[in-house]
Design a protein around this ligand. Structure first.
Ligand code: HEC
Length: 123
């Protein structure tokens, strides 16, 4: 009896959860493109984002302001100091340091970084 109840509860939670993900992926939420918030790991989602949006100024060979974002360990370092989230979201203290400069990331990319940080920055 108890086991059956737990199963029903588990199933409803699962349904609510997957419905949530479904709506998160809806195009309406982020405009024309869809936002895939599954498998938010460094290699799957964060490295491609950084390679597209940040590496031009923050590679190992050309680390603007001394900031090198070319490897997992380096990016984790800036996640730990909160400089990563500070700059991309213009948090207090970073108002004048939006990254990338003059071109705020779209909501999908901001969510991906946020999810990744909340998950403990999985590799
Ligand atoms: C067009 C070049 C350019 C791009 C692209 C760029 N940055 Fe920067 N970044 C800079 C410059 C210049 C500074 C120094 C800013 C300052 O000190 O005012 C900087 C500084 C930083 C800092 C240190 C901020 C601090 O003072 O604490 C971080 C962290 C950072 N960038 C992250 C990123 C991330 C993450 C991206 C991609 C989402 C990115 N940057 C994209 C040029 C760039």
């Amino acid at each position: 009896m108890v086991a059956a109840k737990k199963l029903v509860l588990g199933a409803s939670v699962l349904i609510v959860f997957s419905t949530g993900c479904y709506y998160d992926n809806k195009e309406t939420m982020y405009g024309a493109s869809s936002c895939d918030t599954t498998n938010v790991t460094y290699s799957q989602k964060i490295a491609p984002l950084i390679n597209q949006k940040c590496i031009g100024c923050h590679s190992a060979a050309s680390a603007t302001a001394g900031v090198d974002l070319s490897s997992y360990n380096q990016v984790v370092k800036y996640g730990q100091t909160k400089q990563l989230q500070g700059t991309i979201n213009q948090l207090p203290g970073y108002e004048s340091k939006l990254m990338p400069p003059g071109a705020k990331l779209d909501n999908c990319n901001l969510s991906l970084v946020d999810i990744w940080l909340r998950k403990g920055m999985p590799q």
